[in-house]
Design a protein around this ligand. Sequence first.
Ligand code: T46
Length: 134
Amino acid sequence: MEIVIKKFNERKNETGALTFLEDERDIPFSIKRIYYIYDVAAGERRGFHAHKTLHQYLICISGSCKVLLDNAKEKIDMQLYDPSEGLYVGPGVWHEMYDFSNDCVLLVLASDYYNESDYIRNYNDFIEYMKGAH
Ligand code: T46
């Protein structure tokens, strides 16, 4: 599985750091939705789904968390902690987020509006959906 971590523009000096990204320039899709996950209790795990068409970048803008990526062939665990980096999660990737630090804020840039029918929330359905994909 190809893991895409994008390093965004970062301006750092003695006063602090600033990261910026511009629609369709720094990420390869138009951002239609932004959401963020925070206040996750210790030990909680979220996600447990894949998307059929959605493209997303996950950016841990505070604290840290881990993400399991599974394309029905390989599984990879990633740790996110750098607010200037984004993890690309495309269609057909089962993902779970876990090990959230108590100050974690996970920002997500998404290529489309929320649509529950784009989710595959059952792992066996995901495996079935991915048959023939590799
Ligand atoms: C994803 C991972 C990284 C909405 O109504 N609108 C929204 O834009 C979103 C993202 C969620 N919701 C509702 C759906 C559920 O009733 O908010 C509730 C919590 O969503 P969910 O259980 O899907 O949250 P996570 O953290 O498991 O997954 C989220 C995203 O839903 C998902 O697309 O890729 O973060």
